[in-house]
Design a protein around this ligand. Sequence first.
Ligand code: FMN
Length: 194
Amino acid sequence: MSRLKVLIIDGAVRQESQTRILVKIVSKELMKKELDVSVLYQNDPLPLYDQNKTTINSPKIQNFLANYINADIIVLSSPEYHNGMSGALKNALDWLTEISNDKKSKFKLFGLMGGGGAFANSGALTQMTMSVRSIHGWIMPEVFLGVPNIWNAFNNDKTEFIEKTQEDRMISFINKLIYYGQFFRDSKNKLQAA
Ligand SMILES: Cc1cc2nc3c(=O)[nH]c(=O)nc-3n(C[C@H](O)[C@H](O)[C@H](O)COP(=O)(O)O)c2cc1C
């Protein structure tokens, strides 16, 4: 059986982004578990969704859409911005409308993560959940990871969580992502074979 493929869509844009640190830590853990991981970083963001043929055909958008189709699991990561997801992440999701009728864009498991202030990224998690429904993605219980007070969550090297409870939550998130990701890939294969 080939490795599970994960695409992480990083909604962070700021140079000193804290949620990008989370993306890097989670990516490393997923690679340790032998998953193929690719990340759409938005420090060079996707163009704004405009449904313009020239933009759609640009290498940046075509690569993104191809990576999306190729992945078994999609992880959305967003900072909490004004009780919602970042504009960069929403823009990336809007581009997926271009492949919404493609059979290969179905049966993807989504994991949701990110961070913010005292309430982590609860607003962004809610918005991401609604958007995933709209793009026909699948979300399973507890496959989300919200990091409260994210500015104080990581060690000085920005390579791991300070608190063990946070580390444990991340490991649980990753294990569920893999368990359900495998289930979804098997179901997709059975459906396509039928
Ligand atoms: C535009 C903006 C809006 C924000 N709104 C909220 C908010 O509604 N709730 C919250 O807890 N934190 C809020 N924050 C704090 C961020 O969630 C926090 O700084 C987090 O580190 C941002 O992620 P980033 O470092 O990846 O950009 C906001 C920050 C910015 C820049």
